[in-house]
Write a protein that binds this ligand. Structure first.
Ligand code: HEM
Length: 509
């Protein structure tokens, strides 16, 4: 002991260690027994520490969502999933919570995680979001999308022409994830910037945007838990990042390209909007009054990245999911093909979007594909600054995080029988739930309320036009692909299949 007393540094370390232990125990006791959330059901360790989520999402790769599902089975429809967040699983409550009248905020600590904090998607506070959304919303109305839909039809025809010319009866494999990625990227960039990258003509349809967005998704669990990770990455020279994480190179190139396009529109180098009939989002925004109110290049770049990333991966996945099941289940293919042949006698003369939407089996396939592709699988976390939220006997205090998850909603067995099976028939003949509501009310794949998907009309148009065009003209055979290539094994904001998956691969017959 005499020796120890000679080492003042040692004492300080012991005191600091003791202090930390007391602090950690005190914090756990507070969270477990004294916090306003102490009475909510759920495992004790998730109530005590946020590291449970880090473990399942960051270390195990997007698996927290499966734990949430497991805990709901055990503890009921409302549970505490962290020291500061409550999660609800109740299909009937979704519309009530995410109602159009709600004025919830997002969580401030999540603002930086995509590296585009100025986008509408990442606006935290409701009123501010409302103003921003009002500026971009008008570009994505149903009528605007209907007016633009003939262009999507031409891109679908182009995809089919390439498949016929380069792949049919050749034994060459097509990865549909890439083919649809190129299709939706071409459609979206033409719509928003009047710019065609012609990704459909890239070898094997490998569009760099699609790769970048997927790579970005894999970093989301890390950047969600440790938002400073994005700030550090942004400070490092790009060359270093390319060495540390080669996947991020594609992401930086994606951002560089979008920034470049915004600049070109701003300085008049891209005047493509003059030669197209539709109003392009970024030309209009740059010409609008908003510019006076602080419409910076950064803000537009962040908006462009958000719309592009949100629009490509989700729609690509829904189309890939649809195609897999259509090909996996021959009876579905037959019914769809027959309906399409009857409705479209000449495949070179495709009907309008609004006519396609009236085809009952195509409608059913689109709905079921959206349901099974889940859209955004991360829980949609909000807080209510203006008051508590009541769920049954539970009261979630104001300013407390709460969430629901479409992955659980879309697989509710009480709403969707055999929820993990692809059954388009469930959508035929205006079905209703056991509580008497139309089944479509529970299709929450685009979210609901003031922050629901901006591009819903665009995505649905792409689904009808692409599925009708492709399955009217083409005959495929699945190549070394089974449902493990589409089933989610982890949630990285969007669902991801097993790591070894090569995607949905087909031969063109
Ligand atoms: C099948 C395809 C799609 C699905 C399933 C989907 C799903 C979603 C979901 C669940 C949200 C979050 C809603 C919330 O936070 O409450 C969202 C937001 C968003 N989506 Fe989509 N989306 C799709 C396609 C698109 C397309 C094609 C675009 C662009 C044209 C787009 C642009 C956006 C934007 C900008 C937001 C943020 C809206 C805001 O915060 O105000 N999405 N989407």
């Amino acid at each position: 002991m005499a020796i120890l007393s000679l080492l003042p540094g040692y004492r300080a370390i012991v005191l600091a260690a003791l202090g930390s232990i007391v602090y950690i125990i005190g914090l756990a006791v507070y969270r477990l027994y004294l916090s306003p959330l102490a009475k909510f059901p759920g495992p004790k360790w998730t109530a005590a520490t946020g590291w449970v989520e880090v473990y399942w999402d960051v270390l195990k790769g997007g698996k927290f969502i499966f734990k949430i599902e497991e805990w709901h089975e055990k503890y009921g429809p409302i549970i505490r999933i962290s020291p500061w967040e409550v999660h609800i699983r109740d299909a009937e409550f979704y519309d009530q919570l995410y109602s159009v009248k709600s004025r919830f905020s997002k969580m401030p600590h999540l603002k930086e995680r995509f590296g585009i904090p100025l986008s509408t998607f990442d606006v935290i506070e409701h009123e501010h979001h409302h103003r921003r959304r009002a500026a971009v919303g008008p570009f994505f109305t149903r009528q605007k999308v209907i007016d633009f839909s003939p262009y999507i039809t031409t891109r679908v025809a182009k995809l089919c022409a390439i498949l016929e010319a380069d792949y049919k009866s050749t034994g060459k494999i097509v990865t549909l994830n890439e083919a649809f990625g190129a299709l939706v990227s071409d459609a979206l960039t033409w719509y928003t910037y009047a710019l065609s990258y012609n990704f459909l003509e890239y070898p094997d349809f490998k569009a760099p945007f699609t790769t970048a967005i997927r790579n970005l998704a894999y970093a989301i669990p890390m950047s969600t838990q440790f938002p400073w990770f994005v700030a550090v990455m942004k400070m490092l020279p790009e060359k270093w990042i390319g060495i540390l994480d080669p996947q991020m190179k594609a992401v930086f190139e994606f951002h560089g390209e979008l920034r470049n396009q915004i600049r070109r529109i701003g300085n008049g180098d891209n005047d493509g909007h003059k030669s197209v009939t539709h109003r392009t989002v970024f030309h209009e925004l740059l010409a609008s009054d908003l510019k006076k109110g602080g419409l910076s290049e950064d803000l537009l770049h962040h908006e462009a990245a958000s719309i592009t990333a949100a629009g490509i991966d989700t729609t690509k996945s829904a189309l890939t999911m649809a195609s897999f099941w259509i090909l996996q289940k021959p009876d579905i293919y037959e019914k769809l093909h027959q309906e399409l042949v009857e409705a479209i006698p000449d495949a070179e003369n495709m009907p309008s979007l609004t006519d396609l939407e009236k085809l009952p089996y195509l409608y059913a396939v689109v709905q079921e594909s959206l349901r099974m592709s889940y859209g955004v699988t991360e829980r949609l976390t909000r807080t209510n600054p203006s008051g508590p939220i009541q769920y049954g006997d539970y009261i979630i205090p104001a300013d407390t995080a709460f969430s629901m998850t479409s992955y659980l909603q879309l697989r509710s067995p009480e709403i969707f029988y055999q929820p993990d099976e692809f059954i388009p028939e469930r959508w035929l003949n205006n079905p209703v739930s056991s509580t008497g509501h139309p089944l479509s009310r529970y299709l929450s794949v685009f979210g609901k309320g003031p922050r629901m998907c901006l591009g819903m009309n665009f995505a649905q148009a792409e689904m009808y036009l692409a599925l009708a065009g492709v399955f009217r003209r083409m005959k495929f055979e699945l190549y070394q692909t089974d449902r493990s290539d589409v089933d989610m094994t982890g949630s990285f904001f969007v669902p991801m299949p097993k790591d070894e998956s090569h995607g949905v691969r087909v031969l063109v017959k």
